[in-house]
Ligand binder design. Structure first.
Ligand code: SAJ
Length: 474
């Protein structure tokens, strides 16, 4: 593999010159709030907060996986919330009390918010005119060429600029490349003639919640609020305190953007390391999960979990957002992305080698994939490695069947999906797959091959040819 590691060591000055720093002490709030004295801030901090409004009415722009739960939380904390989304069907569904996403407790909490009169959704920008605060929660995906597509964010900011008034607080919760909040503040200045930091306030407040635990994590996780000036961050703190019980750390918007991207890059790089350990386990004929469990008994070691791949809307993209404004070629972060993206292909190798081992002609092979979602107990298929795996094997085998209890698939019933199949591949760690009776299901199959991409099957069932990522011992 070609190394991207630069020959000359980079210096902090050359590499990070444009990114501001904050010390751990400042983060802990022990030295006060004047963080922006050191940080990059083109906007003024007015001496007094006399322009600052008391936030009562807010708009949440973008009612997706983060926007809807956020709108519900604020509404159930007593604020008057208008949710805005360009998708009419989403707005209708929310107003009728039915969430369009799956998340524990969401429908009950949505109904409570609607019943209190504190929440309504609209697709009409006039419905979010003159709010005290706007919280933008839109997606920031990658384009084909893996550069950020900020069109949804820019369009949301343009909508807000049309309806906001002097004194408004504009918050971006979306994950964005470093320095985007400052750029968006300038865009609002150009569109409205208002002065950022004085006539309106602007903050990057990254969401940090895990799908499946959103309503708990919204309350108890700590929160980073990155203002374009002190007053912006202070105003946002007052707002988020309406339901956040975790710590709140105030910083500059660029630090906040970098913090969010570092969190997911850290996870991506660590998963890549675990995947590299899994490759090695196949060479050495050991079970990597046993090795990881033992290594993790060390108090300062926490190895992640190898798998068929890294999906979702965040981990596969955030390292690219982190690197984008810096024109430099960073070795470890890009390499980790490549390793994680290669995992569906590695799983394909395990499958094809098993089919060959049992002399199943590839063109006749019927393969059943269990799970389409990018992670367990979720209906979210964004960037799912299961889909990448299916794409990779489609032209090599006779038939691909799919079954996912949350997403659907070609078959609505696992027994049907396995009848006459030659191989079954576990692509998502849904808890429903933990307790499958493999000996019974195996009787329905034509050939018994089981490939585990998620370490769901701890003991290979009798009568199967078993292959698993990192399970080199079988
Ligand atoms: N995965 C592995 N091995 C692991 C952990 C995860 O293969 O050890 C896979 C998962 O199966 C999945 C992908 O990685 O396909 C990402 O899953 P995840 O659970 O790590 O992350 P997300 O994308 O669901 O949520 C992350 C979280 N970030 C961190 O934990 C640092 C969440 O807190 C963020 O709010 C979210 O990204 C986001 O919105 O950025």
């Amino acid at each position: 593999m070609k190394s991207n590691i630069p020959k000359e060591p980079r210096t902090v000055e050359s590499t990070y010159a444009r990114i501001s720093f904050i010390t751990p002490l400042q983060l802990a709030g022990k030295v006060g709030n004047r963080f922006l004295e050191k940080a990059f801030s083109p906007f003024p901090s007015p001496i007094s907060g006399e322009n600052m409004v008391k936030i009562r009415e807010i708009a949440v722009v973008g009612l997706g996986y983060i926007g809807l739960p956020t709108a519900i939380m604020f509404a159930n904390s007593g604020l008057n919330v208008t949710g805005y989304d360009v998708r009419d069907e989403v707005v209708e569904s929310i107003n009728s009390g039915k969430a369009h996403i799956i998340e524990p407790d969401i429908n009950e909490l949505l109904k409570k918010a609607l019943k209190s009169g504190n929440l309504r959704a609209t697709s009409d920008p006039a419905g979010i005119r003159d709010k005290d605060a706007y919280i933008i929660c839109v997606q920031t995906p990658l384009k084909e060429d893996r550069t950020p597509d900020l069109s949804y964010l820019e369009s949301a900011v343009r909508t807000v600029a049309k309806v906001m008034s002097s004194g408004s607080l504009v918050i971006i919760e979306s994950t964005v490349p470093p320095m985007t909040t400052v750029k968006m503040a300038k865009l609002i200045e150009n569109l409205t003639g208002l002065k950022a930091g004085k006539d309106f306030y602007m903050v990057h407040a990254p969401e940090r919640v895990m799908p499946g635990r959103i309503f708990k994590e919204l309350v108890y996780n700590s929160r980073i609020l990155g203002g374009i000036n002190d007053e912006s961050a202070e105003l946002a703190e007052e707002l988020y305190r309406s339901f956040v019980k975790g710590q709140i750390f105030k910083t500059s918007s660029t630090v906040s953007e970098v913090v969010k991207l570092m969190e997911n890059t850290f996870r991506d790089v660590n998963i890549a390391l675990a995947n590299e350990f899994a490759f090695l386990a196949h060479q050495y004929g050991i079970n990597v999960f046993e090795a990881i469990e033992l290594a993790n008994t060390h108090p300062r070691v926490r190895i992640h979990t190898p798998s068929i791949g890294v999906g979702g809307h965040c981990l596969p993209k955030d390292p690219h957002l982190l690197l984008w404004p810096s024109k430099e070629d960073f070795g470890i972060i890009n390499l980790a992305r490549e390793i994680n993206d290669s995992m569906p292909l590695f799983t394909k190798d395990l499958l094809l080698s098993a089919l060959r081992q049992l002399n199943v002609p590839l063109e006749d092979a019927v393969v059943t994939v269990l799970g389409l979602a990018y992670k367990g107990d979720s209906d979210d298929t964004r960037n799912s490695p299961a889909l990448a795996f299916i794409e990779a094997i489609r032209d090599d085998v006779g038939e691909v069947r799919t079954y996912d209890p949350y997403v659907g698939g070609t078959h609505g019933d696992i027994e049907d999906a396995l009848s006459g199949a030659d191989a079954v591949v576990i692509a998502t760690d849904h808890s429903a797959f933990n307790s499958l009776d493999w000996e019974r299901l195996g009787k329905r199959m034509r050939t018994r091959i089981l490939v585990d991409g998620r370490h769901v099957v701890k003991t290979p069932p009798r009568g199967f040819l078993f292959k698993g990522i990192g399970r080199g011992e079988y």
